[in-house]
Design a protein around this ligand. Structure first.
Ligand SMILES: Cc1cc2nc3c(=O)[nH]c(=O)nc-3n(C[C@H](O)[C@H](O)[C@H](O)COP(=O)(O)O)c2cc1C
Length: 188
């Protein structure tokens, strides 16, 4: 089990380390965050696979189909939030920031080139995500390569960490300002 620091100064690095670990472990609950966007004036939320957590760039990355509703929402409003929860140690992490969408550029092509064919299929359907189809299995493969593949890189500026434990729950807010992460304990 991950050992969370008791010192506030060590918390930002530990959070990034924990998220980075999750990307490489398909059994890790933090690999599947809920991702929130703004859809008009309403919230929209869904599960994604966390592909990368880069502490030096302060970025979280996921992949999507560029025709997905979430991509349209992020194009209209790049504000983004991730919710992570690990039931094994009762830890919740909320991270928010601003997203950049990469499609048919050096970033997306580089990621596409590293994807196995089985994963490429997820971004190669003929019908766009959300299109009504007559039967559940009916969506043949498109042949347009990575045309519909999107890489979303979120620049994170605010993180909130909460761990439920006995006798006290612990909660901290971590904000990136003036070139560094600053943390403070807050009431759970
Ligand atoms: C376990 C799991 C992992 C998923 N991973 C992704 C992902 O990495 N990227 C993605 O676009 N959708 C992913 N999805 C599908 C989304 O949750 C969502 O249903 C779909 O993308 C449509 O969302 P949207 O209409 O808001 O764009 C995943 C779903 C599940 C259940």
């Amino acid at each position: 089990m991950f050992r969370w620091p008791t010192e506030l100064q060590q918390l930002p690095e530990a959070i990034w380390q924990r998220l980075s670990n999750a990307c490489g472990d398909i059994t890790d609950p933090l690999r599947l965050p809920a991702l929130a966007t703004v859809s008009g004036v309403a919230p929209a939320i869904r599960t994604v696979v966390l592909r990368n957590a880069d502490s030096s760039q302060r970025t979280l990355t996921f992949f999507s189909d560029s025709r997905a509703q979430k991509i349209a929402e992020l194009a209209a409003n790049p504000q983004i939030a991730f919710l992570f929860f690990d039931p094994r140690d009762q830890t919740q992490i909320r991270a928010s920031g601003v997203a950049t969408i990469h499609r048919m550029d050096a970033v997306s092509v580089s990621e596409w080139n590293q994807l196995p064919d089985s994963s490429r299929l997820n971004y190669s359907t003929e019908m766009a995500p959300g299109t009504p189809i007559p039967t559940p299995d009916q969506n043949p493969t498109d042949t347009s390569g990575c045309a519909h593949f999107a890489v979303v890189i979120a620049n994170i500026h605010h993180i909130e960490w909460l761990q439920l434990s006995s006798p006290f729950h612990h909660r901290a807010e971590v904000v990136f300002e003036s070139g560094q992460w600053r943390g403070r304990w807050i009431a759970p």
